[in-house]
Ligand binder design. Structure first.
Ligand SMILES: C[S@@+](CC[C@H](N)C(=O)[O-])C[C@H]1O[C@@H](n2cnc3c(N)ncnc32)[C@H](O)[C@@H]1O
Length: 310
């Protein structure tokens, strides 16, 4: 089955990347190449796009479509290891980088991947199918306290304590194996009156488990400093997030990287010697237009921030 993905904030992301036609660019989240194909259109034969995804299905789908594209280099890798990919290609620095976080529609739409609360499938949720840890391992092995913390923090779910309690009760009887099994437990934990409002009752818990399974927040934290280190002066780092916790990480990291001295204000002289590494280009995050939000519901929570290497 051919699953597609509609790129979010496409025009704005390309504009902010400020593409030089003979430049070298990194797309750290290839997906179905929505952004990558636009970057390629802006490159001459001398330009290069290195596109990375941790999902082998993304790499395979794009490889076929772009077999004639000489400027495109695909790599199956986690974006936090992009430095290894660059080093294998003998690329020391790039002119711009894009990270469009989260899951792609093909991942969500394929029940076998276990990301969707609307489709029955194995409780998997791994973006990289070669990874060991699955959502099933988390749901069946983490302690009640750990589950509550994840569901509350990453899912911002008010009913986290009850959901964690019900998961533990259910798994004592039988292992929770499928997305449908988990949806049933969540529905049982959330009172009926509450379930009537606020969308699908399993949405927040599934989001939390996806973030934990793929270690998404840690990887984002590790990524930003490294990304800036590999940008050429004037090169742009464009990050699109879909979750308030992710956006907060990007906002704080950018702010910190844009500061000179960070010594306490009562220090008579600077002892940290810190120099700003970037200029923040987007004072507030760029969001999708009303039209894009109507046309592509995934874009509703998208926030894009851009920094430029000094
Ligand atoms: C929102 S989609 C990107 C869509 C893409 N921009 C497009 O327009 O088709 C996110 C993609 O990034 C990948 N991804 C997420 N986290 C990753 C990571 N840490 N390293 C590499 N790829 C990652 C996912 O597997 C998914 O294919």
């Amino acid at each position: 089955m051919d699953y597609t993905h509609q790129a979010v904030l496409l025009e704005a992301a390309i504009e902010y990347l400020n593409i030089k036609e003979a430049g070298v660019y990194l797309d750290g989240t290839l997906g179905r190449a929505g952004h990558s194909s636009e970057i390629l259109k802006n490159l001459s034969e001398a330009g290069k796009l290195i596109a990375v995804d941790r999902d082998t299905a993304a790499i395979e789908a794009v490889k076929e479509r772009f077999s004639d594209e000489e400027s495109l280099i695909l790599a199956h890798s986690n974006f936090q290891d992009f430095d290894q990919v660059l080093s294998e290609l003998e690329v020391e620095a790039v002119d711009g980088m894009l990270f469009d976080l989260g899951v792609s529609s093909p991942q969500l739409d394929n029940p076998e991947r276990g990301f969707s609360y609307q489709k029955e499938g194995p409780l998997d949720m791994r973006m990289n199918p070669e990874q060991k840890l699955t959502a099933r391992d988390i749901v069946n092995n983490y302690s009640q306290a750990e589950l509550e913390k994840i569901i509350s923090e990453y899912g911002e779910e008010n009913w986290a304590a009850r959901i964690a309690e019900f998961i533990v009760k259910m798994r004592e009887e039988e292992e929770i194996r499928t997305t449908a099994d988990l949806v049933e437990v969540i529905k049982a934990a959330i009172p009926k009156a509450v379930r009537r409002s606020g969308g699908h009752p399993a949405r927040r818990t599934f989001q939390a488990l996806r973030i934990e399974t793929n270690n998404e927040l840690e990887q984002l934290k590790n990524l930003i400093d490294k990304a800036v280190a590999y940008l050429k002066p004037g090169g742009r780092l464009v990050i699109i997030t879909f979750h308030s916790l992710e956006d907060r990480i990007v906002k704080h990291k950018f702010r910190n990287l844009a500061k000179d001295c960070t010594c306490p204000p009562d220090f008579p002289i600077c002892v940290c010697d810190k120099k700003a590494q970037v200029k923040v280009i987007t004072r507030s995050p760029v969001q999708a237009s009303k039209e894009e939000k109507e046309e592509n519901p995934r874009s509703r929570s998208a926030k894009m921030r851009v920094a430029e290497k000094i």
